[in-house]
Design a protein around this ligand. Structure first.
Ligand code: ATP
Length: 230
């Protein structure tokens, strides 16, 4: 018996399960809307880290403008030494379409069954979630956290409403009470109407991108002439 009268070891606290998010994307190129959202997501849910995962071959959109390797290099520069953010190349290391369900399965294998795993995505991407590969499986592997975007407000399609039935919770701690399966919509403090589409347009037409992406990212893509073709 221990001093508390419980069997030895029974009064020892189990370590808290890890809390990890994946923010997947094309990152063509990464911008401060992505980076600031990842930092604020980390704080809002008290996460250990956010894996930012560039898609090699995004299934539901056209070919990205620059190669997966260049997009990863830009992401690494953008993250720099930001605490809590990780540039995760795992989708560049497998062949075929970059399905998020496979990426979450690989994170789940690494982190274990008790980990609180979150798939974060912006409202625009969320609107198409029911069309993704194995949408039900996403919820067996992770929670889904939707980040509000000021430039994307459309209502949810019927198939999505059906997929989400009974999953929504109102706050982060309700989400963190279990490993996966819930939906949370978050309005982060610095909502930013910045998109990679707008950045590509600016770069192609020679307009300034200053302060829309980190300086190191801007310097790298200007020196290499990335996104100069319209
Ligand atoms: P594009 O304009 O090329 O579609 P994007 O700016 O939406 O690109 P993605 O790489 O497609 O960037 O986005 C990756 C993820 O980050 C998506 O879930 C997207 O909704 C989210 N996201 C992108 N920009 C923002 C932003 N400004 N605020 C919050 N989330 C964002």
């Amino acid at each position: 018996m221990s001093e508390t009268g419980l069997p030895v070891g029974a009064d020892r606290q189990l370590p808290a399960p890890p809390r990890v998010a994946m923010l997947g994307g094309t990152f063509d190129p990464v911008h401060v809307g992505h980076l600031r959202s990842a930092v604020e997501l980390c704080e809002a849910l008290a996460l250990d880290r956010v894996h930012m995962v560039p898609a090699a071959t995004p299934p539901l959109r056209g070919e990205p403008w620059v190669s997966p390797g260049e997009r990863l290099a830009l992401l690494r520069l953008g993250i720099g030494d930001t605490p809590g953010l990780v540039a995760d190349p795992r989708e560049l290391e497998r062949d075929g379409p970059s399905y998020s369900a496979d990426t979450l399965a690989s994170l789940r294998r690494e982190l274990g069954d008790e980990a609180r795993l979150v798939m974060a995505l912006g409202h625009d991407a969320f609107l198409r979630l029911a069309d993704w590969h194995e949408p039900e499986r996403l919820f067996t592997l992770a929670h889904v956290v939707v980040i509000d975007r000021p430039d994307h407000q459309a209502a949810l399609p019927d198939a999505l409403v059906e997929l989400l039935a009974g999953r929504e919770v109102e706050e982060g701690e309700a989400l963190m009470a279990r490993p996966a399966g819930r939906l949370l919509r978050l309005r982060l403090p610095s909502r930013m109407a910045i998109s990679a589409t707008e950045l590509r347009h600016r770069l192609a037409t020679g307009l300034s991108v200053r302060y829309l992406l980190p300086e190191a990212v801007e310097a790298y893509l200007l020196v290499r002439g990335l996104y100069r073709h319209g």
